[in-house]
Design a protein around this ligand. Structure first.
Ligand code: PGA
Length: 247
């Protein structure tokens, strides 16, 4: 039985005053039977993690090395030191803005697992790739390239995030989501064996909102969501958590 996960990715948003949102979420969902994760900017990690026991906090990236001369970067161990338990890796915005490759994502994920973090590894096709009917090939390559051999259902979550659905308000049909999630499950089972492959949680991400969450959570092999814009306030994220808890 996979435990459901509602994950929020605050991206480059959030100031001290936004920590109030965590208090509101915790109060509203203290009894929720799902895992809740918020990945704030690094500047808020330690203060956010000190503020909540119900909500897990995570980083949005980490370096593949443990320490050293890497200006502006943060290591997996530093994230843990700040109270993080998870880290998002291979997000399409990292791939686009910073030229990160599957190899980069895999090296970072290896470092995250070595440090004891849960890696939330993101995959997803662009619109051009979908229109060229290459979606499953792209996902297959990203899974093979981005996931380290040491991954399993305890230390890794996979997020399917079509690039064209992120921040656009466009959402794939439930059939399209189901096709990719079933495919990812099959791939994980083939690589890691049935038991491990079945235990990995698969999140859908890309324009998830309170109004579309329930139908997305009804899709097979969708174990939760990775939410950007709608995770920034308790008011917007709360209905998503409620829908997941009810699914
Ligand atoms: P969005 O972002 O919910 O704002 O589309 C999702 C993500 O990038 O994780």
């Amino acid at each position: 039985m996979r435990r459901k996960l509602a994950a929020g990715n605050w991206k480059m948003n959030g100031r001290t005053s936004d920590l109030d949102q965590i208090d509101a979420l915790e109060a509203a969902h203290n009894d929720a039977d799902v895992d809740i994760l918020i990945c704030p900017p690094a500047s808020l990690l330690a203060r956010m993690s000190a503020r909540t026991t119900k909500i897990a906090v995570g980083g949005q990236d980490c370096h593949a090395a443990t320490t050293g001369a890497h200006t502006g970067d943060i290591s997996a161990d530093m994230l843990i030191d700040a109270g993080a338990t998870h880290v998002i890796l291979g997000h399409s915005e990292r791939r686009t803005d910073h030229g990160e490759t599957d190899d980069d994502a895999r090296a970072k994920a290896r470092a995250a697992l070595d440090a004891g973090l849960i890696a939330v590894i993101c995959v997803g096709e662009t619109l051009a790739e979908r229109e060229a009917a290459n979606t499953l090939d792209i996902i297959s390559g990203q899974l093979a390239g981005s996931i380290p051999d040491a991954a399993n259902g305890t230390n890794m979550v996979v997020a399917y995030e079509p690039v064209w659905a992120i921040g656009t308000g466009l959402v794939p049909s439930t059939d399209q989501i189901g096709e990719v999630h079933d495919f990812i499950r099959t791939k994980l089972e083939a690589r890691f064996g049935e038991g491990v492959g079945r235990s990995v949680r698969l999140l859908y991400g890309g324009s998830v909102k309170g109004s579309n969450a329930a139908e997305i959570f009804a899709v097979s092999n969708v174990d939760g969501a990775l939410v950007g814009g709608a995770s920034l306030t308790a008011e917007a994220f709360s209905p998503i958590i409620t829908a997941l808890d009810a699914s």
